[in-house]
Design a protein around this ligand. Sequence first.
Ligand SMILES: N[C@@H](CSCCS(N)(=O)=O)C(=O)O
Ligand SMILES: [Mn+2]
Ligand SMILES: [Mn+2]
Ligand SMILES: [Mn+2]
Length: 306
Amino acid sequence: FLPDPKSVAIVGCPFSGGQTKAGVDKGPIYLVEAGLPQQLADLGWQVQFDGHHQFEEISAASDPPIGKLKNPRFVSKVCQAVAQVVGGHAKKGQLPLTLGGDHSLAMGTISGTLDTYPDACLVWVDAHADINTPQTTDSGNIHGMPVSFLLGLDTSVPEFAWVKPNLKPNKLVYIGLRDIDAGEKKILRENGIKAFSMHEVDKWGIGKVVEMALDHVNPKRESPIHLSFDVDALDPSVAPSTGTPVRGGLTFREGHYICEAIYETGCLVALDIMEVNPSLADAASAVQTVAVGCSLARSALGETLL
Ligand SMILES: N[C@@H](CSCCS(N)(=O)=O)C(=O)O
Ligand SMILES: [Mn+2]
Ligand SMILES: [Mn+2]
Ligand SMILES: [Mn+2]
């Protein structure tokens, strides 16, 4: 799907409004500082990085909660801007690599991808389903909700009316789930959404899980793939510096295998590396988590072990 020479546009999104822990907005800055642009150039990609996006703040005073939703206007505005940026790069035949920032940004990135590639499928790698609606959420943190908006499950909040319900349940598949709210489990069942939890990873092994996941959403490997990778899908021993760590996650290799296997399909058109929060742990843990984020991106963009 991507014309030669392969070109990647790094979309740095220092944004934390989808959740309440400070520091995740520093994720993109640390990932770029760790040398990711040059690492991708060394893989043979043309790399465009025009600096991190400066999102104009909407003050808390002018962005009171809507129901339980926190920072709704700020999140909506930022995601709308991200959709335009990601869609713009995709339309130019570039691969948008969005660096978060919290996972609410995926409302923007995937909107941008689906605008450009209506037939795209979505591989969501995460400990969480991020599919709460304004009615089912407990936390009100919108980073736990992007998928519900992309599916159009709830249209009650006018601020998010811009999100077109272009994601179809049969084009979405999860890998790595292990911390799903009751309301989300009901939504997954009712919508027949395919999910490979850590139970399936243990049962089948990551190779078979990725094959089954792609067979479900992309059986002939003919659809473009958007990979949205939340680093908390990895075990906290591998990626400790993230906002919602959950025990029993993917190993370093399982996470990288997913990226390598998706690159091998030749279908990848967009990638998100989300929820790196360098401020949450000690310096060594932050460095480790940032390095894993860079490494995952390299694997998804063609780095191989041999
Ligand atoms: N399900 C919980 C946690 S959601 C965690 C969001 S993320 N993007 O996976 O870190 C909620 O809705 O707040
Ligand atoms: Mn997530
Ligand atoms: Mn998560
Ligand atoms: Mn998280």
